[in-house]
Write a protein that binds this ligand. Structure first.
Ligand SMILES: [Zn+2]
Length: 275
């Protein structure tokens, strides 16, 4: 992509992120990696709703300034993703309220509740907390970048990336929309997961259609462990333990704890299964 197109599209995506409340004030940042390896990025301390094409920063892949604008302090997160993923040409980072609520609650967006999300995005893991703009954050993200196209960052927000700035934005939008639906479903009594055989069919479809490749079988994703789908490289990155797993899983003393709703659901499931 040429620099002028990248500048125009970054400004358009920034406006959309602001108008859709994925960011407020000077939150968030967007970048594009050009064909020559330079990176065009949103400038520091600027509202994404009020950027101009000539106000953007340009850096190299080490983050060294190549013009007189200072890039966002969170650029390191973008550069990590470009280094880990040769196929990625654009990154969008924001604090969308529903996705960020998952990140604040210590939850990944990783339940198989929406067929189209399994087809196009896969699951969104939660990277452990790291101080923004430091190596703590990039180190927490590093093991997850390869197999996922979007991540949550604990107590912070979300990042999505893709082959161009629109694919990165679309993935951010899907992440936020999924989080919103999951929260609403909870208010209606809880989301129902798709069964493992339906998930396997969706994974076949997404690979045949080219939406996601086999690498997505290696996602740090709760529901993949329940299917027959195997990661081709044999790797299966473990998701950082989320608070939900901590709450639902067996504690070290062998006791488990359930909420009243979870106990009722468990008992009614058992009643339905009884002959
Ligand atoms: Zn941020």
């Amino acid at each position: 992509m040429d620099e002028q197109t990248a500048r125009r599209e970054i400004v358009r995506v920034g406006k959309l992120m602001y108008e859709r409340s994925y960011v407020v004030s000077s939150d968030g940042n967007v970048s594009v990696r050009l064909d020559d390896g330079r990176v065009v990025a949103t400038p520091t301390q600027t509202s994404k709703g009020r950027m101009t094409e000539d106000g953007l920063a340009v850096t190299d892949l080490e983050g060294r300034a190549l013009n007189d604008r200072r890039a966002s302090s969170e650029l390191a997160m973008h550069l990590l993703i470009y280094r880990e993923r040769a196929d990625v040409r654009a990154v969008c980072h924001a604090h969308p309220p529903h996705g960020s609520a998952f990140a604040v609650a210590g939850l990944a967006i990783d339940r198989p509740i929406l067929s189209e999300v399994i087809l196009t995005l896969g699951c969104v893991p939660l990277a452990e907390y790291g101080t923004p703009s430091t190596e703590e954050l990039t180190e927490a993200m590093r093991p997850l970048v390869r197999n996922h196209n979007a991540l949550l960052m604990a107590n912070h927000g979300a990042v999505a990336y893709g082959a161009d700035v629109w694919q990165a934005f679309d993935r951010l939008e899907t992440l936020e929309h999924t989080a919103k639906i999951a929260i609403l479903a909870r208010a209606l009594g809880g989301a129902r997961d798709l069964p493992p055989d339906s998930i396997e069919k969706l994974i076949e479809v997404r690979e045949r259609a080219g939406y996601l490749d086999e690498r997505a079988r290696c996602q740090a994703c709760g529901y993949l462990h329940e299917t027959q789908v195997v990661c081709p490289t044999g790797e299966r990155p473990a998701a950082p333990p989320s608070r939900r797993e901590a709450a639902n899983g067996a504690a070290s003393n062998g006791k488990i704890s359930l909420t009243r709703e979870e106990l009722i659901e468990l008992l009614s499931q058992a009643a339905r299964l009884a002959p």
